[in-house]
Structure formats: C-alpha cells, structure tokens
Design a protein around this ligand. Sequence first.
Ligand SMILES: [Zn+2]
Length: 149
Amino acid sequence: MLCPVCGAPNTRVIDSRPAEAGQAIRRRRECEDCAHRFTTYERLEPQLIVRKRNGRLEAFSAAKLVVGISAALADRPVSGSAIERLAEEVEASLRGHGSQVSSEDIGRVVLERLRALDEVGYLRFASVYKEFQDAADFEKEVAALESAE
Ligand SMILES: [Zn+2]
C-alpha cells in the first residue's frame, strides 16, 4: 500500500481491529519514509454467483473464464495480458448485472467482447458455446423423460 502523501511503497500496520460489526478490518498504517499515518479497510469482495443451466449455483471463477477464453484463442496472435484484460472486462460487465448471473449471460458477454478482439477466437467460442447449449438441452430432455416415468 503506497503512502498517500509521499508515495513511498513501505508502510507498516500499527493497529488492526474489527470494524462494521465484524464485516471489515480497520488498519492504521504508518509510512516508514515520512511517518504519515492513514487508515485502510479490508472487506470481503462481493460474491458473484453463477446459475448454471441445470439450476445449480456456483461461485464465479475468473480463472475458469481465462481458461475458456484462452482455449478459444489458442495459436491466435492475442497476448496473455489482452486475454486477462478481456476476462476482467467480462467480469466487470457481469458484476454490473447484479450478484447472480447465468451461464448464458457469461457466454453472451464473452462473445460480444471476443468479436471485437479476434474473429477466429469468436467463431471458436461461439461453436463451443452452442454445443454447450445443445448439451444442456439434452440434459433437460433426459430430465423431462425421467420425471415422466
Ligand atoms: Zn510517506
């Protein structure tokens, strides 16, 4: 954490205590260069929940998103940092939708962004996304058959 006054990188925590009824930790810090004291708060990052096609919920994983996008962009002239930036943009856009998103929302947002970045990657992702939807439709058919028995 940089000192807000002199910008030095070395600050130390001189006090740490629970705040906001245990929802945060308040820390007093002191700059080792100019001795300025300031306060930081540590809070839980709001969780983004993904509703899958089968109705199950799971925590959003930025790592999984990067893996999926990277697979679509294999051998394409797109740098790792561009992929990470894309994943961050997708995550930011999803968080703007609220605390819960569906698998379809994620696929749709990725496709929108990929189209502008790399056409081949876009087409590959679109075909995987479509197959995924077909697979989910298949699962739904099976479930319908099972419940009819
Ligand atoms: Zn300082």
